[in-house]
Ligand binder design. Structure first.
Ligand SMILES: [Zn+2]
Length: 409
């Protein structure tokens, strides 16, 4: 059973006292205490840890409301996560956002870099601030740009080219906008070598625009959440879905294929003990050759959404549509009225000048997707495929989820 952890017992077990203290904290939460009643009071081995029940997002919200964490040595920051595919959750972090521990193991930036922090700032989202913390530790020059509006891209890109920027960071959805706008405007960023990303899965389509705009740029990824903070990182030598967990973050891959996270950092404010983000994954050896177990993230299990009582695999549907020539990106939008799906739209962003046969694609998806053909058997006109100018994004984080739900009729 211990083979399913990212660290071997001899590396993890000396630090499990932190997990034991987290367990003590969770036991003081009235709504959560009963589930730990049958478990021993401490956590000494990985087997004991694996026997504890996992926490899901709502559990952590319940725990944080009761525990009201405070940093002992500095400020306590409150952040919010979610909103793209679920209700917002609160998470806490101390001064520095644990980035000293990240920087000790992962240094994409150095003193010579000119780094553009393009994660949106404010509205209680953490990514901009943790990236700033990392950049601060690296000693580089920092341009705190945040998010910009559609009309502003060309002017800012000209400024960034003029400043000879070497690094940029953002969510892959936002990075795609930067590179697509640069390509459309004919702006090159020849000095750009590093593209940092966090907040969503990497989007392979980015690489085509990157190659045109900044041929020397390579991706550097972080994986984490507002509850766990940064769990793992990767380099250009790693596959984009594979991350090396930090030693203070213990990753467990369950027999059901879901990942859970336990922090071994004594400064951790969120009670992260077998916490499930909803991501499926496995532990693996990374082809980059770095020793130790890496985690491969296989996407979110909650990408299966209910449409009229049937499970629709949104990621599979989007992946199929994005293989269609001329389609650069797709998104599924479900319209609900009183909790019932009245319609499903597949929105398409198409390449400039591409002619996509939306109606032919619609007919193929409808016949090839059991959930769609069954759910819309009597009203197939309520399943639509249509090109749009922009997809539905979260204004706060700039994330563009593979699916969105809207109220309507
Ligand atoms: Zn690797």
């Amino acid at each position: 059973m211990t083979a399913a952890f990212s660290l071997p017992p001899e590396a993890a077990e000396p630090h499990l006292t932190v997990a034991g203290r987290t367990l003590d904290r969770l036991r003081t939460v009235p709504a959560l205490a009963p589930r730990y009643a049958d478990h021993p009071g401490s956590v000494r081995t990985l087997d004991e840890l694996a026997a504890l029940p996992p926490l899901v997002k709502d559990d952590l919200n319940t725990a944080l409301a009761h525990l009201d964490p405070r940093s002992e040595s500095g400020a306590t920051w409150l952040f919010q996560s979610g909103g793209s595919t679920g209700a917002p959750k609160v998470g806490y972090a101390p001064t520095g956002f644990y980035m000293a521990g990240v920087h000790a193991h992962w240094q994409p930036l150095d003193r010579e870099d000119v780094f553009v922090n393009a994660w949106g700032a404010g509205r209680m989202w953490g990514a901009h601030f943790l990236a700033a913390g990392l950049a601060d530790l690296s000693g580089c020059r920092i341009i705190a740009l945040g998010s910009v509006t559609r009309e502003e891209y060309p002017d800012w890109l000209a400024f960034l080219a003029d400043r000879r920027v070497t690094a940029i960071g953002g969510t892959p959805s936002v990075l795609r906008l930067w590179f697509a706008h640069a390509r459309a405007a004919g702006i090159k960023l020849p000095t750009l070598r590093k593209v940092l990303w966090l907040g969503e899965a990497w989007q392979p389509q980015l690489e085509e625009d990157m190659a045109a705009v900044a041929p020397d740029a390579r991706r550097w990824g972080m994986f984490g959440s507002t509850e766990t903070w940064v769990v793992g990182t990767n380099t250009p030598d790693c596959p984009a879905d594979t991350f090396h967990p930090l030693p203070a973050q213990l990753v467990h891959a369950g027999p059901d294929g879901l990942l859970d996270f336990t922090t071994l950092d004594p400064e951790m404010l969120n009670p992260v003990l077998r916490y499930r983000t909803g991501d499926a994954g496995e532990l693996t050896a990374c082809p980059c050759g770095r020793p130790g177990r890496a985690m491969r993230v296989l996407g979110r299990r909650d990408s299966v959404v209910q449409v009229r009582g049937l499970g629709l695999h949104v990621d599979e549907l989007v992946a199929r549509v994005e293989r269609e020539p001329g389609v650069s990106r797709a998104q599924v939008v479900i319209t609900e009225n009183g909790g019932r799906a009245t319609g499903v739209d597949v929105l398409l962003l198409t390449d400039p000048g591409a002619a996509v046969d939306a109606e032919g694609l619609r007919a193929e998806l409808l016949s090839a997707t059991f959930t769609l053909s069954t759910a819309f058997q009597h009203d197939p006109e309520n399943f639509r495929v249509r090109p749009v100018d922009e997809l539905v994004s979260n204004d706060r984080t700039g994330k563009t989820a593979t699916f969105a739900v809207r109220e309507g009729s």
